[in-house]
Every structure is written in C-alpha cells, then in structure tokens.
Design a binder for this molecule. Structure first.
Ligand SMILES: Cc1cc2nc3c(=O)[nH]c(=O)nc-3n(C[C@H](O)[C@H](O)[C@H](O)COP(=O)(O)OP(=O)(O)OC[C@H]3O[C@@H](n4cnc5c(N)ncnc54)[C@H](O)[C@@H]3O)c2cc1C
Length: 416
C-alpha cells in the first residue's frame, strides 16, 4: 500500500520504519528540515518501562497544589483562560482514582514492555549507537516518597518489570558519584531500563527507513486530510496528494488535523524542560540514568554530556523558558551530581508533551476509513515509539498486533 505518515518525530519515524519493513510504499511528511525537531528533540532520553506511569495518581492533585508556589517545583501552572486546559483538567482529575491509576499504568506498561523488546531487536540488528546506557535508579528523598510509591511497586511486580528496592549504600555502589549531602531514603533499581539520545536514534532510524525505500519530505506542512473514495487526500501548501492509508503522528498538533474530521480527543500540551551540560569532571558524573521521584526530574548520561529533564507546566502554549523550571533542573543536577557539570550554563530547552487526560496513547483506526492515529504518548513517547509503530504497521497490514489492544484505541472514548 501507499502509506503517508504525517509527522517526523520519534513516533512517526518508528511507524514509518515498521511500515517500510513490512513492504509498504511509505512517505513521511514533516514540516521541519529533519526528523525529531520538536518534542522528540530535547527529552530526558529514558527508555524505561518502569517510568511509563501516569502522573494522574492517587494523592497527586494534593501534591501538585502543595508545590505550586515553591521556588523549585515539579509543576507549574500559568494562570490562563484557556478553556481547553480546564476541560482537560476536569477529565484528568478522575484519572487519579486508585483503580483508574492501575488501569492506565497497566495499559502504558504493556506497550512500554513490548516496545523495549522491539527496540533491542532493532538496535542489535542494525548495530545502532545513540549514547545508550543501561540501568536506572529511581531516587526517593523521603520515607513518605517511598510509601507513596507502594501501589506503583505492586504494579511493577504484576507487569514483571525487574526491580529491587535498595538502601543508600547499594544505590551509591551503582552510582558512585551520587551526592552525599542530599537526603536519600531509598532507591529502586531497574537493571533493564535504558536511556539514550532520542534525536540521534531518530536520525539513524530515518536513514535505515530510507534504505528500505521510504521517502521523507521535509519542510512540508499538511494542512488538512479528507476522505477521497477508498483513498485519503491531503494538502501540502497548494498541492494535493492521495494515499491508500494515512497515519497521523503529528504530536500535539494532531488535534488540528483531527478536529475538522469530527474526531475530538482530550489532548493537551504539557510543557517540559531539559538542561544539557558538558561534563567537566568525568569521575563525578552519572554512569547511567536516574529519576528523582520528589521533583519528577530525570538525569541521564548522554556520552560526554548530562541531561537533566522534567517539570510539567500547564497553561502555556508558547516555548518561552520559565525561570522556575530552569532553577529546578539546576537544583536537582547540583543535588545529585554537584561536581559533574555547571548546570547554570546548560543548553536549556522546552517542548510540549502530547498528553491525553488518561495518559495512555491512542493507536490504531479512526472512524475515517484508512486513517490511523499514533498519538498522545505524553511523558513516555520514546519509550513507546517502537511498540506503537509496530502495532500501527500491523493494523495497516491487516494483521493482528502482538499486544492486547484493550484500552489503546479510540474505542476507549467510544469513537472507533
Ligand atoms: C522534558 C521532556 C522530557 C521527556 N522525557 C522523556 C523520556 O525520558 N522518555 C520518553 O519516552 N519520553 C519522554 N518525553 C516525551 C517524548 O519526548 C514525547 O512523548 C515524544 O517525543 C512524542 O513524539 P511524537 O513523535 O509524537 O511528537 P513530536 O516529536 O512532537 O513529533 C511530531 C512531529 O510532527 C510534525 N508535525 C506536526 N504537525 C504537522 C503537520 N501538519 N505537517 C507536517 N508535520 C507536522 C512536527 O513538526 C513534529 O516533528 C519527554 C518530553 C519532555 C517535554
């Protein structure tokens, strides 16, 4: 089939790869000059099934409110009249219910584990290098943070995600440079989780996908999509094209293309930040990746650089850098690896997580024949990209995906 993939982020590129590998004639349309230039560009780089957990968790609303006015915080709320934000918050709040949390976590981890498996296959098959590391430490600063993680730990056991709750000494044995002046109550060690450089991976995968025959059209913005008999028609500038099938993987902007087709989903941009600094003292740098549970900030080693990433900012649709977020990242970097880098002189970046109210991606068919979606991956888009790409490719090919699709399609909003 002739398949057009709209969006050249890590999700679109992964989808294009599996479609091309399945023998389809694939065209990727991307508005920027290369792949992974938007949210996939500066993310934390975790490839982590253990962290594929919704923020909508029991106790989270209270935690968010208590942190809003702090000078360093995991959550920022910009006062706004944006009705879409308040509609989204109204849908997000019920997802903090313990049972909804369990359902959403199970769905996300099902996809993340499948994705991790495929990612390793692809990486080994093509001998890809993208600054990857293995192993992740989730750090709990206080006993209360450990206690709050109990229900998530139960779900790790259920999902079969390898983990070990360890004390401070064991954590320091894994990451010897971990700062001694910052309180650490305990840590969870995930030996199978990984991290790496997402845009570098995306560029490698783009090259491989091109070798499989796919075409990439850059600097091309799709204006709209419409049914055209058995095919789909889409417009780029004043030109019009058709394809047998279209996969929409346009991140947060997917909504603009879906709305005129009558498909409305609770997707909202949740802004996040990263700070990337060159390592000045290699003995004092992290060996792999870490996640500070209190501040919800990740620290990853990317070759000779360290990336500190996190913060959820609601209510801002611009890519303006907020001082509080940058301060929080610098603080967390200084807290855990104070002598590794100068975080204040980092390269700072922000991007919009394409976040659904229930935080599980939407993958698969739409009410429009031959139009598929691969959207809403929130905080775990790279972690899930390979799995979601393969699922969509299987569906386009008329095959049954390897994973149970319960709760992953538009049917969960009653729209498929
Ligand atoms: C601070 C931060 C940290 C994160 N950390 C992690 C992490 O550690 N691990 C993880 O797994 N995930 C992480 N994420 C989430 C992850 O980055 C995203 O889920 C993922 O990048 C989404 O990929 P995407 O391809 O859907 O979107 P994008 O990367 O935004 O790609 C969408 C593409 O579509 C293109 N596009 C949009 N509209 C059109 C159009 N009309 N025509 C043509 N092209 C169009 C855009 O230009 C863009 O390139 C993080 C996110 C942030 C912000």
């Amino acid at each position: 089939m002739q398949v057009a993939v709209i969006g050249g982020g890590v999700v679109g590129v992964s989808t294009a790869y599996f479609l091309a590998a399945a023998g389809h004639q694939v065209v990727v349309i991307e508005r920027y000059g290369n792949v992974a230039q938007e949210t996939s560009y500066g993310n934390a780089g975790l490839l982590s099934a253990s962290q594929a957990v919704p923020w909508a968790a029991p106790g989270m609303p209270r935690k968010i409110v208590s942190r809003l006015l702090k000078s360093e915080t995991s959550v920022l709320l910009k006062p706004t009249m944006d009705a879409a934000l308040w509609r989204w918050v109204r849908k997000w709040l019920p997802e903090c219910d313990p049972e909804r949390f369990r359902i959403n976590t199970r769905r996300m981890q099902r996809v993340a584990l499948y994705s991790q498996h495929l990612m390793r296959q692809v990486r080994d098959h093509y001998d890809m290098r993208y600054d990857q590391t293995t192993g992740l430490l989730q750090l709990f600063r206080t006993p209360q943070d450990v206690e709050a993680a109990r229900s998530a730990i139960e779900l790790l056991v259920e999902a079969g995600i390898e983990h070990r709750l360890i004390d401070t000494d064991a954590a320091r044995a894994i990451e010897p440079a971990l700062g001694v002046h910052t309180p650490l109550a305990a840590a969870l060690h995930f030996p199978a989780d990984e991290s790496g450089n997402c845009p570098l991976f995306s560029r490698h995968l783009k090259n491989i996908t091109q070798q499989l025959g796919a075409e990439f059209h850059f600097n091309s913005t799709v204006k709209n999509i419409e049914p055209d008999g058995e095919r789909l028609r889409f417009h780029i500038d004043d030109r019009s094209f058709t394809a047998d099938a279209v996969v929409l993987a346009a991140g947060i902007d997917s909504m603009e293309l879906l709305a005129p087709l009558g498909i409305h989903v609770p997707l909202y941009p949740v802004k996040g930040y990263s700070a990337t600094a060159f390592i000045k003292n290699f003995d004092q740098a992290p060996l792999a990746s870490l996640f500070d549970e209190t501040y919800k900030v990740a620290i990853t080693r990317l070759g000779s650089r360290i990336r500190v990433a996190g913060t959820a900012e609601l209510g801002s649709r611009t890519l303006h850098l907020h001082g509080t977020a940058l301060r929080t990242l610098a603080k967390v970097g200084d807290d855990w690896f104070p002598d590794a880098a100068n975080y204040n002189t980092s390269t700072f970046w922000c991007g919009a997580r394409p976040m659904l109210a229930d935080e599980t991606p939407l993958i698969g068919p739409t009410p429009i024949r031959n139009l598929y979606i691969n959207i809403g991956h929130g905080s775990s888009g790279w972690t899930m990209a390979a799995g979601c790409g393969k699922i969509v490719s299987d569906l386009v090919s008329g095959q049954t995906p390897d994973v149970d699709m319960e709760g992953l399609t538009l049917a969960r909003y009653g729209k498929a």
